[in-house]
Design a protein around this ligand. Structure first.
Ligand SMILES: Nc1ncnc2c1ncn2[C@@H]1O[C@H](COP(=O)(O)OP(=O)(O)O)[C@@H](O)[C@H]1O
Ligand SMILES: [Mg+2]
Length: 260
């Protein structure tokens, strides 16, 4: 399996706090990698660093064998690296289809002047974006709500829409920050199945969560972090048995009781 994303010695300091310290991991082509850890562990910061929203204090990010450390998010999106946000950043007052179009325009936007004069190139790109969005909405069974105001839909739909927006940018890698936070057990299972289908499209996935059950039912491999540093990496069932990981989640006394 060839490596798509490689992170080496990634570090981000805020004031005196090391939100992420010397973190290294890699993601193989078409893999689903889980990044887990308790609240405040540094998961969102890792996503922000990899997706170019925040610049690292030290370390290196390589995507498709190119050094992309500190590259702006829209340039990364054009190279195929796209993320979703932990808060559902769907435009609440716009329709589902309009939201999805914004994702498509991340990589298909013909430019302001071309759009203004509606040049043939602009028209072609707009039509390509519209076709892709229709296909994605159909694929994730959102066509019946395509003209619904996004903010009025149940939270589960909004989370799925966040994934559609990312897919509309035609990524080869998506980073999903807590795609099931706040969802019911049933909605969580649906999003898990959606992510599995995303992989079947040939897309590589990095998924962040603190829900172990969700992550272990989905990921090929997991990286566990606490206090911004790696605790463990490996197959879910090995990592989740690791006393260091149990302790980070449930506290020392629980880990000790289990070991007895
Ligand atoms: N912009 C920021 N300024 C200062 N501290 C931050 C900032 N972003 C995150 N942090 C701190 O970094 C640590 C990791 O946060 P975060 O990456 O959001 O954790 P997680 O997503 O795992 O819950 C926390 O202590 C948080 O308060
Ligand atoms: Mg977070």
């Amino acid at each position: 399996m060839s490596t798509l994303l490689q992170v080496e010695g990634l570090t981000r300091v805020y004031g005196g706090l090391r939100a992420v310290g010397d973190l290294s991991f890699s993601v193989g082509q078409n893999e689903i990698l889980g990044l887990i850890g308790p609240n405040g562990a540094g998961k969102t910061t890792v996503v922000n660093l990899v997706s170019g929203v925040v610049k690292p204090s030290a370390g290196r990010v390589a995507f498709k064998n190119e050094d992309v450390t500190g590259m702006a998010p829209h340039l990364l999106a054009r190279r195929g690296l796209v993320r979703t946000f932990q808060a559902t950043v769907v435009y609440g007052d716009r329709t589902v289809r309009e939201n999805a179009m914004r994702g498509a325009y991340l990589t298909l936007y013909p430019g302001f002047v071309a759009t203004l004069f509606d040049t043939p190139a602009a028209k072609r790109k707009r039509e390509a974006a519209e076709a892709l969005v229709s296909e994605l909405l159909d694929w994730l069974e959102l066509t019946s709500v395509a003209d619904t105001i996004a903010g009025s839909m149940p939270y589960g739909y909004q989370k799925t829409l966040g994934i559609v927006i990312a897919l509309a940018a035609r990524p080869s890698l998506i980073l999903l920050d807590e795609p099931v936070a706040g969802l019911s057990a049933h909605e969580t299972d649906q999003v898990r199945d959606t992510i599995k289908r995303v992989r079947e499209r040939g897309i590589t996935v990095v998924v962040i969560d603190h829900n172990m059950r969700f992550i272990s039912g989905l990921c090929d491999r997991v990286v566990v972090i606490a206090h911004g540093q790696e605790l463990a990496q490996g197959a879910p069932r090995d990592v989740l048995r690791d006393p260091k990981v149990i302790e980070a989640y449930l506290g020392k006394s629980y880990a000790a009781a289990r070991a007895e």
